[in-house]
Design a protein around this ligand. Sequence first.
Ligand code: BMA
Length: 335
Amino acid sequence: MTSQPLVMEASLAKLPWEDRPEDCADVVWRYSGNPVIPRNPIPCAQGIYNSAAVPFGDGFAGVMRVEHKDSMPRLHAAHSKDGFHWDVQEEKIHLTGADPDIAEPAYTYDPRVCPIEENGETVYYVTWCTNYHGPTIGVARTRDFIAFEQLENAFLPFNRNGVLFPRRMNGKYMMLSRPSDNGHTPFGDIYLSESPDMVHWGRHRFVMGAGGQWWQGTKIGAGPVPIETREGWLLLYHGVCNTCNGFVYSMGAALLETDNPARVLYRTNKYLLFPTEPYETTGFVPNVCFPCAALCDGPTGRLAIYYGAADTCTSLCFAYVDAIVDFMKANSTVF
Ligand code: BMA
């Protein structure tokens, strides 16, 4: 009997990858060359972090959060042949086609990119935290990472961490998000919403909330686009703890039911990644690991996760999906 691979994603021609060091027993390990995108590789940047990457062409494309030297974050397109070395465009993305009321947002940050097959072609949907009388979720789409068409904002303010699922369910687009406040929100739970047209969002359902262990006791938010496995959707998320020196951002994982991703099957009660390295503990905002994208090779289950480090630079870590699922089953508290 041949056992089918756990992960249902396609195989990737290329994946940035480094084997786990022999002296490391962790489920998630870091790239030895971190950070992959340093603080200011282009003149306008004060930092590049919390950014998204997907397979594209014969390499990878990305939408990056570039903090400009006026301290405002903007989205920039980027390309990479190997997933380690990135060419970030010096010009910000010019979003076109939006209703004038929501066009030209003053800030745009924490992008995710979600490929969805539509009528035989791949459409790359970008979701990010946009400004419309405060933070909410902006949506755009591109087919080539050159032209970006801005659609309607998904939600009312205030909201952050809008993350799409990579396929429709019962004909509906599905998005996770985290309702928030207008500042450095001291609370936050993950909700699921659905849309027939990527414009109107409803049937909002609670997925999971902050709490349980201290590392995820203050707020949580969806990270990369969920990865489909035979046992459910693997969701990597950030869990936040409040300390007398501010928030600390770690990464956890949950498994959501395939046909109803508002149901949580497992959820890590221990973090998978916690800020310990100098580039994670020192920077514009110390003690932040903020995952925004994951490249997954389906047949091998190898995972390369991009995460923002200390709101300053972009780093990579690696894992096997089956090891994360095993870890979740052994260290799970669902509440
Ligand atoms: C959140 C967002 C993220 C940031 C994090 C830590 O509220 O602003 O972009 O990484 O705080 O500062």
